[in-house]
Ligand binder design. Structure first.
Ligand code: PNS
Length: 175
């Protein structure tokens, strides 16, 4: 019979390009459910991110200062292999709307097939955050829209700096 590990470690994986208030809400709620929560940023240069992995790690660390049981890391390769190497038994993901469900189901089932001992747990986004994504945040910001509440203030400042100074951002970086 399976037994519960004495310390439950969860991974909250994602691109976090950049971290939004929606991510933050999920981290806050997740931090109350697990002994340790590792927010882990995927290293995927093919996606041409707006912020480098190093910048994103720094931004997430800035925002999460004060959370005792939350740490920030990055990973490459298969998520489940990384999770196993970190001793995690849970993958935490958020679901905002039905449109997220299909992709999340596919990922969760593939991850379960690869490593059945690791469970994917979903939290529903809070109503206030269910429309926020990194993609829409970048688009609104680029077009001069108001950002208050969509991202933490330190991230807003970084976005402003990046979008004002980088004359030649490729369209892929703003996706
Ligand atoms: O924030 P995102 O872009 O929705 O996060 C997607 C992420 C990082 C969770 C997903 O792309 C991922 O797990 N990538 C690692 C590669 C992997 O393990 N793929 C096989 C299972 S789907």
């Amino acid at each position: 019979m399976a037994t519960k590990p004495p310390t439950v470690i969860a991974i909250y994986p994602g691109s976090f390009d950049p971290i939004t208030s929606g991510h933050l809400d999920l981290i806050e709620r997740g931090s109350k459910l697990f002994d340790r929560l590792i927010v882990s940023i995927l290293v995927n240069d093919e996606k041409e991110p707006l912020f480098s992995v190093e910048e994103r790690v720094e931004m997430v660390r800035e925002v999460l200062r004060g959370y005792q049981n939350v740490e920030v890391d990055h990973f490459e390769g298969l998520l489940v292999d990384y999770a196993a190497a970190r001793g995690a038994t849970v993958l935490l993901r958020g679901i905002r709307a039905i449109s997220d469900y299909e992709k999340e189901l596919q990922m969760a089932l593939m991850n379960r097939r690869l490593r059945p001992e690791i469970e994917t747990l979903f939290l529903m986004s809070s109503e206030a955050h269910s429309f926020i994504s990194s993609h829409i945040v970048k688009e609104v910001f680029r077009l001069g829209g108001k950002m208050t509440g969509l991202v933490p203030p330190s991230v807003e400042a970084r976005l402003r700096k990046r979008l004002n100074t980088a004359a030649a951002l490729s369209p892929a970086q703003l996706k």
